[in-house]
Ligand binder design. Structure first.
Ligand code: HXC
Length: 510
């Protein structure tokens, strides 16, 4: 017996060493942790249950039969974060560059199948050279097996990807189908084709970092939600992030203790909106002053910053926040912001997270680049997402709610449950200046008449009371009472039940 136990221990030690000390040192020298160190740091201490530690590849090409490393380049299993269960896979770059073999893929598929079955989120810590070149089509098949499971898990359990090394070629499509992608600055990149191929095909010279580094994907492409400075910060923030999420599509968001009173007033909100309607103000101030303990986990903050998205809590329970940002493009909706907002609203809807929407939107961004880029279809994504959502929806209009953008931003007409407006709200087809230029064109040469007409229009429409008189806003509230009014609304909506008609699936304008 003693011998058998000893053998087990030896095999475990060999597996834990991955690709060997030299490669571990090289991983550390790059400022990266190893796959196992990452799992240990991410999960609660001593909670990791590893599976398939002894799985090896079965490739015999190119002398691979003589190079077998237990675990085959990926550490898989489950553990807990903050006491709640989570499945995790962590690719081991020290083993064949973390490349994906058939059996490596099978390990990932196994935990994904279990995660779907038991309703537990899946986190992937990606650090891989892509398809295991020696395996050829077997590796491609393995990727497709993972992709299929990404799709089956979508909307069933949250899926999160942390990119902590290379992620290239078709390999990017597994993370891209997960709900959130985070990256580590300077050590991770994602692209479909690398700098060499780009140079050959388009003659562009670009570094891997410029092409697909964390800055590119958090500022330009919007592929990644956030970037962190190093592995330790990334894993710590990932733990914080997961605390906001429910386990699956049938569970409620987790409760987080707070001493922040539900009826806390904030008098400074009464002066947040400047007297001049063309002056910007920071919508994030409102979010921070409304959520529990000023704790707002913002996503995609450097991409399409004219819309703000992220998670917070109200009376301990997770809410999704969507808000126009008057500081950027005056808060207009454009292609990028509509896509950003829509995907977030759909995530919240899939996982029973109420959405609070703060509105200050002068309309859709005009221009040829927007029209040629397909703003009609992309803008409709946000409209579709809000209209389809059956979760509790609370809307607060702080200032402008003009034109189609008024309808889109969780209006009453898209089944908004509670629609509130501040006294500074202006709900109209367009701003006074544009309106007067169109409907009083004949008076445009006479400045006195223009001023008079503008004032008339302002008095009539630049307020929340016309919408209030029709029941399109449920109440006009004092800004300082916003938190209280939202908390009460959420409590009232706690057991909301609303179902869309049966269908195989809708056809969102993709
Ligand atoms: C097998 C691989 C590998 C791969 C790296 N290695 N990538 N082994 N298959 N795809 C091995 C190397 O041989 C090396 O082994 C070790 O991993 C570390 O690699 P290095 O090159 O020394 O590391 P580094 O200099 O940091 O460069 C990392 C890298 C580079 C940029 C990822 O290795 C690279 O370009 N690899 C190939 C990437 C690629 O073209 N993959 C296929 C993409 S297409 P030793 O024994 O020396 O330590 C794809 C299609 C997916 O993935 C399609 C899905 C539908």
């Amino acid at each position: 017996m003693q011998k058998i136990l000893q053998r087990l221990e030896e095999q475990r030690t060999a597996a834990r060493l991955g690709g060997g000390q030299k490669r571990i040192d090289s991983q550390h020298a790059k400022g990266k942790l190893t796959a196992r160190e990452r799992v240990e740091l991410f999960l609660d201490p001593d909670s990791f249950e590893e599976w398939d530690m002894f799985v090896e590849h079965d490739c015999t090409e190119f002398g691979m039969d003589k190079q077998k490393i237990p675990g085959d380049g990926v550490v898989t299993g489950y553990g807990t974060v903050g006491g709640r269960p989570i499945f995790v896979f962590s690719q081991d770059f020290t083993v064949f560059g973390g490349s994906l073999s058939k059996n490596h893929a099978a390990k990932i598929c196994k935990i994904m199948d279990h995660a779907i079955k038991v309703g537990v989120p899946v986190v992937g810590l990606n650090d891989s050279g892509g398809a295991r070149i020696q395996e050829g089509v077997d590796s491609l098949a393995g990727y497709a097996d993972v992709f299929q499971r990404n799709v089956m898990a979508s909307g069933v359990v949250p899926q999160i990807s942390m990119i902590m090394g290379p992620c290239a070629g078709g390999a990017v499509y597994s993370p891209s189908m997960t709900d959130f992608i985070f990256m580590v600055r300077d050590t991770s990149y994602m692209f479909v084709t690398g700098p060499e191929v780009v140079k050959t095909v388009t003659h562009e010279e670009v570094s891997a970092e410029e092409l697909g580094g964390a800055k590119t994907h958090t500022h330009k492409s919007g592929v990644a939600d956030l970037a962190f400075d190093n592995d330790v910060e990334a894993l710590f923030m990932l733990r914080r992030f997961i605390n906001f999420l429910p386990m699956n599509n049938r569970s409620k968001p987790p409760l987080w203790p707070t001493n922040d009173p539900a009826d806390r007033k904030d008098n400074s909100l009464d002066t947040l909106v400047p007297a001049d309607p063309n002056k910007p103000y920071d919508m994030k101030e409102l979010i921070l002053k409304v959520v529990d303990d000023r704790n707002f986990f913002e996503l995609q903050k450097d991409y399409a910053a004219n819309i703000i998205i992220g998670f917070g809590r109200m009376q301990g329970s997770t809410v999704g926040l969507v808000a126009n940002q008057p500081m950027v493009l005056a808060g207009c909706l454009d292609i990028d912001s509509a896509k950003k907002g829509a995907r977030f609203v759909r995530f919240c809807d899939a996982f029973n997270i109420p959405v609070i929407t703060f509105v200050d939107v002068p309309g859709f961004l005009p221009g040829t680049s927007q029209e040629y880029g397909g703003i009609i279809k992309h803008g409709a994504k946000l409209l579709y997402a809000y209209a389809e959502a059956t979760i509790p929806k609370i809307t607060v209009i702080t200032r402008k709610a003009y034109g189609g953008a008024y309808d889109v931003m969780s209006s009453k007409h898209l089944r908004g449950d509670v629609n509130l407006a501040w006294p500074s709200a202006e709900i109209a087809v367009m701003g006074p200046k544009g309106a007067v230029e169109i409907i009083f064109r004949q008076d445009m040469k006479d400045q006195q008449k223009v001023d008079l007409r503008t004032q008339e229009y302002k008095d009539r429409f630049a307020n929340p009371f016309v919408a209030g008189a029709r029941g399109f806003v449920d109440d006009v509230i004092m800004p300082h009472s916003t938190r209280k009014r939202i908390c009460r609304s959420l409590a009232m909506l706690k057991d909301k039940k609303l179902e869309n008609p049966w269908r195989k699936h809708g056809n969102i304008p993709l």
